[in-house]
Design a protein around this ligand. Structure first.
Ligand code: GLY
Length: 611
């Protein structure tokens, strides 16, 4: 039997074939990963270590070491491709992007193809009924931050989710009233028009084919359907729960209504969604269930093009998402605090957990109290992202003791713990362009509402507003007036698509995540693992993660990921530890010698595909 390596090499040389790996919903890598370029590897060093070591512009990678109790091994390989790479939570969608890349499309063309394909193959979060953010870095040095977050409908009001007694209802989560005006189609079309090279019709072909001809449901999607309680309540149940039974893995899912909608968008651009029969279907669906999105809301939707937050960290440059997402500000603030130490503490040590968690804790205090839609409130962006402010915050960190959040800020209120919903994808091309995109319906399967006749799910993004400012909502979420509901306003997000440039201003890393507030800390840690600890991308993605969001005032760790002695030290320092099975769902690409490495989230499903 041929080993993978010679087969791959032969393929690389002779047929220029695609490279892919996938992970199943079990969280264990299962795919036929094509991961190597020729060259012997020191045991345990990871393939990227050898590649990086030979290129003076790429820092050598250092083998990682994880606790024995940790479920992932260090030293695994990543998917390698010499030209271009796409990584997402759906291997089929990554393949769609690679098709476009192989046809000569750039990373923006491929990212838009991937976004539409995800709406078909990963409908719990990939979407046309939600919104998202895209960071673009072009080979010529131009950058862009596209904000296509949903907005509150014009009939929305501050207290719309309170009952007559002033208590919060669940209408911001489930059903027709939970949706903001979708931004995904307008945002992706804008990105393509401004920065792509192909037509919408061209890049949407893979998605249309997947919807029209169907695809086979894998274990990850089957499990997601099984657990999608809200979906059972609305019209989409006819497709996803035929006869009341959830679609099982191995079943072919054909979505003719969605295919028709995608055809309309491909033919007419955003007008195919925001006007005409698709818009009419959406509004008719609203009217059936007491929703308030109107035809005028749809016609008025406009994405915003903003300037990425550009920060530096130990000689690298980060391009991250500005408000209406909190991702870039919060990550920048935390990294600036960490940079006040001349070097990072050893990865996985008690000191490392202490410093990183202390930085996140302080950044989240500002995140939760000072951020919101910049079109509606004034955001102290410069101050929050400045090195001098970070130095002030650092001065408050006791090197030996955790600081209770209420000592740092006595007014701080709790945020909820959010499940791993949302979805992120990263794309790079052979021209040197890179795209990081995060998109969401908010909760998995959004509000549960499925637009009859048009075949797509709607978001429940209105729950990302402070539905009752100053008071906890049904999930314990308490936020301030900055994020109160107002017509036309964008709800604050945690989505953190990020591109890291090396000291020569070349794209080094493209990353982002799903998982509510853990998006920020998860994305940050993959970046820190690569920049501070010189891990290979495979190790950086498998490394145990932590999360702190100020309140609840606990340090979330991954089960089995922290050595018992380190846990004892952290408790002795005053940290309240909260173990969780898995934290965050990241999809990332890293430049290595001769090409790109891609890794989809080992804790979730996905695929890295390149050529
Ligand atoms: N809906 C999750 C987020 O935007 O952060």
């Amino acid at each position: 039997m041929l080993s993978k390596w010679p087969l791959t090499f032969a393929c690389l040389v002779m047929c220029g074939c695609s490279y892919s790996s996938s992970t199943s919903g079990t969280g264990i890598a299962t795919g036929t990963a094509v991961q190597t370029t020729p060259g012997a590897m020191p045991a345990g060093a990871g393939r990227g270590a050898a590649r990086g070591a030979a290129d003076p512009r790429i820092a050598p990678r250092v083998p990682a070491s994880f606790p024995e109790s940790w479920r992932f091994a260090a030293g695994e390989s990543a998917t390698f491709a010499p030209n271009a790479m796409a990584v997402s939570n759906s291997e089929l969608a990554s393949r769609a992007a690679n098709q476009i890349l192989e046809r000569g499309g750039n990373a923006v063309d491929a990212a838009v193809a991937l976004g539409f394909a995800l709406a078909v193959t990963w409908p719990e979060a990939g979407n046309i009924g939600g919104g998202g953010y895209m960071i673009i870095r072009l080979a010529d040095g131009r950058t862009a931050a596209l904000d296509y977050r949903e907005v509150a409908p014009s009939a929305a009001s501050r207290d719309m989710y309170l009952d007559s007694a002033g208590n919060l209802t669940d209408r911001s989560v489930t059903g027709h009233l939970a949706s903001g005006v979708p931004g995904a189609v307008a945002g992706m079309a804008r990105a393509l028009e401004r920065y792509g090279t192909m037509t919408l019709r061209e890049v949407m072909q893979p998605a249309i084919a997947l919807a029209r001809d169907g695809f086979v449901i894998d274990t990850a999607l089957a499990s997601s359907i099984r657990n999608s309680e809200r979906t059972r309540l609305f019209a989409g149940a006819s497709l996803f729960f035929p006869g009341g039974v959830p679609l099982a893995s191995g079943t072919r899912l054909v979505q003719p209504e969605l295919a028709r909608t995608l055809e309309a968008i491909a033919a007419n651009g955003p007008a195919g969604f925001y006007r005409g029969w698709v818009a009419d279907s959406l509004v008719a669906e609203m009217q059936r269930g007491g929703g308030i999105i109107s035809l005028n809301d749809l016609r008025s939707y406009a994405p915003r093009e903003r300037r990425p937050i550009q920060s530096t960290y130990r000689g690298f440059t980060l391009l991250a998402m500005p408000p209406s997402s909190s991702g870039g500000v919060t990550m920048t603030e935390a990294h600036n605090i960490l940079e006040t130490w001349p070097a990072s503490a050893k990865y996985g040590s008690a000191q490392w957990y202490h410093t990183v968690a202390s930085a996140y804790q302080r950044a989240f205090i500002d995140r939760n109290s000072k951020l919101g839609d910049p079109d509606f409130i004034s955001v102290p962006l410069e101050r929050l992202t400045s090195k001098s402010y970070a130095a002030q915050l650092r001065a408050g960190i006791n090197p030996l003791r955790a600081t209770p959040t209420r000592v740092v800020d006595s007014t701080m209120q709790a945020l909820p713990r959010e499940p791993m919903n949302t979805t992120h994808y990263s794309v790079t091309d052979s021209f040197g362009n890179a795209v990081a995109t995060t998109t969401t319906l908010n909760g998995s399967w959004g509000s549960g509402v499925w637009v009859r006749g048009a075949g797509f799910f709607l978001n429940n993004e209105m729950d990302d507003f402070a539905a009752q400012p100053g008071m906890p909502n049904m999930f314990g979420l308490v936020q301030g007036e900055q994020n109160a509901i107002a017509p036309g306003k964008r709800m604050l997000s945690a989505m953190s698509p990020t591109i890291v440039l090396d000291s020569a201003n070349q794209v080094l890393l493209v990353a982002g995540a799903a998982g509510g507030p853990t998006i920020i800390t998860g994305t940050s840690q993959v970046i820190l693992n690569v920049l501070d600890h010189r891990m290979t991308l495979a190790d950086a993605m498998r490394a145990p993660r932590l999360h702190h969001q100020a309140l609840p005032d606990s340090l979330t760790i991954e089960q089995g990921g922290v050595a018992p002695a380190v846990q004892d030290s952290l408790r002795a320092m005053g940290w309240s530890l909260r173990p969780l099975r898995a934290l965050v769902n990241v999809n990332a690409i890293m430049r290595v010698r001769g090409g790109w490495e891609g890794v989809s989230e080992p804790r979730r499903s996905g695929g890295a595909v390149g050529h």
